[in-house]
Design a protein around this ligand. Structure first.
Ligand code: G3I
Length: 459
């Protein structure tokens, strides 16, 4: 059904340019020779993930491939609304927790999928509407994101909320009928519940510049301009026998809005072009520095929701297909995500009374400056954090306190440690800063903090 609709849409935008361009791409100096998807992706600062049905974690042939090849997982079904809140207010995390444990034991990050989606709503939510549904859905986001707080790399906060076809508008659903602001309300609730997770909007039939992807693009641009907390956009990429020629350009235009992009549910119809399309999608991601990872929607062909399409990278016996080789080669040939060069330490030693705040924002990352109000036996430190040109989604400021000094109270940040090396992390409302934007936090202590120098790390 939807599957057929996806494939038809993919065929209508068939252009071969991306394949041809990708196949002639020269190896760069960053070429490497990783021998598994996870190693090769990691070498380039990215993840390579698979959707997992937790019931299969006891099948050794499945787990062998999963653990060898992938360093990210997403639950194919177990973190969805019907699975996690089958009765209103009664939460069930068995499947999700099992997947998180498996990931933690095997060096994998976890994508969370999906907090809100018009499909796989539990029956009780399907029959709700209006303000009762609005509060139930926000409660769901809050509860689930809180349960998994600190364990999720990226959450699909909202899944598939845009309509197919040429309208570029929202899909009708009981969620949408609670008011057009339901998506931003969900993102704000998710940020408050898990400030460390990247928050994504995820959809399909967005594999090129088209009415649907442009509708989403406009929403993301609007969110960024109004400070709605969105960090990433997921491109499901359930593909047919061709790939849109502007697949990479589409990823890039979203990245240029200041969000990460991720390929979130990749699978490709079998046939002559399957291996080429897999390679081209991987190259497109590698060529976009904010494309942080690729997830395929299953491990072996027989694990796929697409059944006889044989749409994945491994056959039913776990053997690598030609598509696998193309993906691996593209990972190895592609550039690494540029890493931020270390920030220079502040040139002016902090003085007491206050130093001037930096006038220019740092080029990348963040910088911090401190002013101290000291008295015999105590001090108050006021710290300014300034985001670099890329902005921040979170920050962490470290101090090494002199012997005898101790932090007794902190505001607008969360402290770890109280003596020696003490770190201060953003709280949920002040981690996200635009380029050059400044926020402040403070702490009080006993002893003397004279001469302390802050170091700032952005995420
Ligand atoms: O677990 C029950 C089983 O007990 C029962 O016997 C069986 C009978 O049909 O159903 C089983 O549940 C099925 C579940 O998959 C687990 O296999 C559901 O019926 C079935 O609807 C469900 O399908 C999932 C589908 O989302 C639901 O819309 C697919 O596995 C899953 O791959 C698919 O994933 C979606 C993404 O979440 C969003 N993007 C599209 C993608 C593909 O449709």
């Amino acid at each position: 059904m939807k599957h057929r609709r996806v494939l038809r849409a993919a065929v209508t935008v068939a252009v071969t340019g991306a394949l041809a361009a990708g196949m002639t791409m020269a190896l760069t100096t960053s070429a490497s020779a990783g021998t598994t998807l996870r190693a090769s992706a990691a070498e380039k600062g990215r993840y390579f993930g698979a959707a997992v049905a937790t019931g299969k974690l006891s099948t050794s042939a499945y787990v062998t491939v999963l653990n060898r090849e992938f360093n990210s997982v997403v639950a194919e079904n177990e973190m969805k609304w019907d699975a996690t809140e089958p009765q209103q207010g009664q939460f069930r995390y068995t499947g999700g927790d099992r997947l998180v444990s498996h990931a933690q034991a095997n060096g994998m990050s976890v994508r969370g999928h999906a907090l809100l989606w018009h499909q796989q709503e539990p029956g009780w939510a399907q029959s709700m509407s209006g303000s009762a549904l609005r509060s139930a859905m926000i409660n769901h986001v809050t509860q689930v994101a809180t349960h998994f707080r600190g364990k999720i790399h990226s959450w699909d906060v909202v899944n598939e909320a845009f309509a197919d076809g040429g309208s570029g508008g929202r899909r009708d659903s009981n969620l949408q009928r609670t008011g057009n602001d339901w998506i931003e309300a969900a993102f704000r609730a998710a940020r408050a519940a898990d400030p460390g997770a990247k928050l994504c909007y995820n959809d399909y039939n967005t594999d090129g510049i088209n009415a649907k992807s442009t509708g989403i693009y406009n929403m993301v641009r609007d969110f960024k301009s109004r400070g709605v907390p969105i960090d990433c956009v997921g491109f499901q990429s359930h593909l047919g026998t061709s790939l849109a020629g502007d697949y990479q350009a589409n990823l890039q235009r979203f990245a240029d809005l200041g969000v990460d992009v991720q390929i979130t549910e990749l699978d490709v119809m079998t046939g002559g072009n399957q291996a080429n399309i897999y390679g081209a999608v991987t190259r497109a991601c590698m060529n976009v520095s904010r494309c942080t990872g690729i997830t395929v929607w299953g491990v072996r062909d027989c694990d796929s929701w697409r059944g006889s399409d044989n749409a994945l990278l491994f056959d039913c016996n776990g053997n690598k297909k030609a598509a696998y080789t193309n993906v691996l080669n593209a990972l190895n040939a592609g550039p690494a995500i540029p890493t931020d060069p270390p920030t220079d330490p502040p040139t002016d030693p902090p003085t007491d009374p206050p130093t001037d705040p930096p006038t220019d924002p740092p080029a990348v990352g963040c910088s911090a400056s401190v002013s101290l109000n000291s008295w015999t036996g105590g001090f108050v430190a006021s710290v300014k954090v300034t985001a670099g040109s890329a902005g921040t989604s979170g920050w962490n400021v470290g101090f090494t306190l002199p012997s005898g000094a101790s932090v007794t109270n902190t505001w607008s940040a969360t402290a770890s440690g109280s003596t020696g090396t003490v770190r201060f992390a953003n709280v949920n409302y002040n981690g996200r800063l635009g380029a050059g934007q400044v926020t402040e936090f403070g702490f009080q202590g006993t002893g003397s903090a004279s001469g302390v120098t802050p170091t700032c790390t952005a995420s």
